[in-house]
Design a protein around this ligand. Sequence first.
Ligand SMILES: [Zn+2]
Length: 307
Amino acid sequence: MQQLILPVLLTSFWTACTGAGDWCYQTQFTCDHQCNTPEKWNHANNACAGKSQSPINVVTRKALKDERLTPFQFTNYQQIFKGTIKNNGHSVQVGVPHVSTISGGGLPTTYKAVQFHLHWGTNGGPGSEHTIDGEQYPMELHIVHMKQDYTDLTTALSDPEGVAVLGFFYERSNSGNRKYEPIINALQKIKATNANTSFSEVSLTQLIPSEQNLTSFYRYKGSLTTPGCTEAVIWTLFENPIPLSMEQLKAFSDLKFHDGKPMVGTFRPVQPLNGRQVFRSGSALILASSALLAAAMAAALGLSQPN
Ligand SMILES: [Zn+2]
């Protein structure tokens, strides 16, 4: 009998002290709310202690150029839809009708868009999940896709290549990005956790850089960046950031966690590579070098002119 009682007592004690299964970001931890911060996410799900976790820091000089990483084909990305945007207690998330697809880009098959959400810092400060050569951008967009044949994410996550996430960084700009107005305006209506609202028409195309600016990207295999941390994600990180004004970036910090505290710092710290290789698309960095070459040639031609 005693042998039975002890584990039960221990289990309930552990649950009361750590809030097992309840995960949070570092910014949410207080003495009154001792939730599982990122270094304890393995208490919420064992997979979070895996060897192929996301996000990572990309060291650009170690990224291997891969000619198979050709430009993406975006299909129905320009399709306008009326979306529902929700404060889910960890982020803002928008469900996307399963009609927009991506292929090419070195992906093994066609993937369809399911949802997108964002990760951000405090009042426009550093907040991206992935970092490039140690630089953390103010915000990061994740457009989550699953293999075309699947009907739900849970099934897709049981396939080691079932999910493809497109990651985009944001940069501070001096003027507001008008294409983001529907989303920024909707934030004011979903400050409370579990609040949702529908917003006026948007398309995925309007949220990301133009297609010709999406040929430079990084690729690696990783995981979801929130528990369950499932290692089933083909990651793409685009080099070209999306511009937003400081005011627009700050608007995300108006959202609230379930306890009413500001929803800020919604990013997981970078995880060890554990020997994984990061690849870069064939055209990554070439644009810059060909521009330099053109400038050098123009200068040379200028010098050789008689006057
Ligand atoms: Zn994410």
